[in-house]
Every structure is written in structure tokens, then in C-alpha cells.
Write a protein that binds this ligand. Structure first.
Ligand code: ATP
Ligand code: MG
Length: 285
């Protein structure tokens, strides 16, 4: 039987979250990452553990049918690979940073400077678009130490919290792009595997929707139900169930998890009590 070959990072930042999202989709992996390949139970799929930087080539060649990979890597390799879903983890940005003590006022600062990076193609494109001429130093890791050892005047590197830059006396000055893990597809995928991919995508979307949402329950006096319903940032109207206590109801709904803190004060002011916010495992709507 045909199996969908999915490439994921063998080890590194994307590895655990990649396996986690597959697990949440009901796909559990049989053997450890010591092998190049792993089989899975309950789904027509095979896992290929690869170096992140090698994945775009394997997709292009059709060795892997799909892959979980950082968008930054796809952009850097400049291959025409289709992204079918953003996966919401490993969010980061590719940014330029300079030593803290330097006064940086515009991109012109970079003219004639030495910039250390592991992302030469993306950086070159950015410099060209901004008509800046700089000297690139391509290094494969620990880019942030380059200014301190006198190798470069600036760095172009991935940033999430910014603490690595901070600890190395650097300050982020320009963002080149935003990145997150995504599901990318080989141009060589066949019809049968495309069907398996569609099934996988259906499951992934149900998991992503659930991860972004929370189930909310609260108690309210009946005369406040309408006001509270209007505050709740939901698509459909909430479910209302009567409480044993006369004149009170329980409201149930689904909210975007990031919206909860924005409305909590208003909910309380409107008379909501006993507010519970609960994670959702899967969501199909
Ligand atoms: P390889 O597997 O080829 O060794 P790598 O050394 O680039 O790849 P990691 O450093 O584990 O691998 O990074 C993998 C991916 O994780 C990056 O391509 C990026 O998408 C994401 N990433 C990198 N740095 C950060 C960060 N600081 N915060 C969040 N995500 C990041
Ligand atoms: Mg590495």
C-alpha cells in the first residue's frame, strides 16, 4: 500500500513539536529517532528523520512527499515548494542586530559593514532590495558571537525572545521576515498520496483550531445573559442551561484563547461568576 512519506527534523528545535502534532492527530510513531525511517501505527504514513537544511531538496526530488519545516528554511533555499498549512509553533523572525552601543538610525548604517549569517540568500535579497552593499560572512552556527570576536559588525539571525542577542550585547534593529513551522508539499506528490495528505490536513486543522480555542463556562443572572453574550467574542451564540438556583443560568461557549484576558474584566463587570476556561482537544466545525 502507498504510504505518505513525511520528513521531520531529526533533532533540534522542531523535532519534539513535530512529533507532538502528529500524536495529537492520532498518529503515533513506532521506533526511535536513531533510525532514518520510522513507521507509524493507524495511518498510512512513514516518517523520515532528516537534517532541517536537507529537507527542501528531498521534497523537490520527491524522496519525501511532505515535510514539517521552518518557513525560513524554505525561503532561504529559494525552491518553489507549496506550503499547505502554517503549524503555529517555532515562531521566530529573521532579524538584523548590531552591538548595543552602536547608534543605529537607518538601514544605511549597514552600508559597507560585515554581516555574519547562516541565511545568506535571504539576507542578500534584503540588502539588494534596500540598495545596501555589505560583506557577508556565512557561518553555520552561533552567529551571535561574531561581533564579539571581531568577525563581523552586525548579525542576521533567527530571534524569538531576543535573549540570545541580549546576552551577547546585541540589539535587534531590522526584521527581515517572520517564520513558523509549516507543512510543505513535494511538487512530485501523486494522486493517491495527495488523498492521504488531505486526511492528514483535516486532522491537523482540527488540532490547530482546538489549540487556538478554549471552552468557556460561566454563571450569570438571567437578565444579564444578553449583555454577556454580546461581550463573548464567539462565532455562534452561547449555549444557555438553567441552574438549579432560580433566576440563574450557565453559559457555555468557545472563545479564541488570546481573547480571554481582553474580555475577563467586562464579563465580571457584567455579572458573570464562576468562570471556567478549559482546553479543547479537537475541534471540527
Ligand atoms: P539542522 O537540522 O539542519 O541542524 P538547524 O541547526 O537550523 O537545522 P535548529 O537550530 O534546531 O536547526 O532550528 C530549526 C528551526 O527552528 C529553524 O529553522 C527555525 O525555523 C526554528 N528556530 C530557530 N531558532 C529559533 C528560535 N530562536 N525560536 C524559535 N524557533 C526557532
Ligand atoms: Mg543544527
Amino acid at each position: 500500500m502507498n504510504k505518505l512519506k513525511i520528513a521531520i527534523q531529526k533533532s533540534g528545535r522542531l523535532h519534539d513539536d513535530s512529533l507532538k502534532i502528529l500524536k495529537d492527530c492520532g498518529i503515533s510513531v513506532d521506533n526511535g529517532k536513531d533510525q532514518l525511517k520510522a513507521s507509524v501505527v493507524d495511518f498510512p504514513m512513514e516518517i523520515l528523520y532528516l537534517r532541517n537544511s536537507d529537507i527542501p531538496q528531498y521534497l523537490e526530488d520527491g524522496v519525501a512527499d511532505v515535510a514539517i519545516i521552518g518557513k525560513n528554511v524554505l525561503i532561504e533555499t529559494q525552491k518553489e515548494l507549496e506550503v499547505v498549512e502554517n503549524l503555529g509553533f517555532s515562531k521566530c523572525r529573521l532579524s538584523l542586530a548590531v552591538p548595543k552601543r552602536e547608534s543605529y538610525t537607518s538601514k544605511k548604517y549597514l552600508e559597507g559593514k560585515r554581516i555574519a549569517t547562516s541565511y545568506p540568500n535571504t539576507l542578500k535579497k534584503f540588502l539588494k532590495e534596500n540598495n545596501i552593499h555589505a560583506e557577508l560572512h556565512i557561518i553555520s552556527g552561533s552567529v551571535e558571537i561574531a561581533p564579539n570576536i571581531g568577525l563581523a559588525d552586525a548579525v542576521c539571525d533567527l530571534v524569538s525572545s531576543g535573549s540570545t542577542l541580549f546576552n551577547n550585547g546585541l540589539r535587534e534593529v531590522e526584521k527581515i521576515l517572520d517564520s513558523e513551522a509549516c507543512l510543505a508539499v513535494s511538487p512530485a506528490i501523486n494522486t493517491e498520496k495527495k488523498q492521504i495528505l488531505d486526511e492528514l490536513l483535516f486532522r491537523i486543522r482540527a488540532v490547530l483550531k482546538a489549540r487556538r480555542s478554549r471552552y468557556i463556562l460561566l454563571n450569570a443572572p438571567n437578565e444579564k445573559i444578553e449583555e454577556i453574550s454580546n461581550i463573548l467574542p464567539v462565532l455562534k451564540s452561547p449555549t444557555v442551561l438553567p441552574l438549579v438556583t432560580e433566576g440563574w443560568s450557565s453559559l457555555h461557549s468557545v472563545i479564541n484563547k488570546d481573547d480571554f484576558w481582553k474580555v475577563i474584566d467586562k464579563l465580571k463587570a457584567a455579572g458573570a461568576e464562576g468562570i471556567l476556561v478549559i482546553p479543547i482537544e479537537k475541534m471540527v466545525i
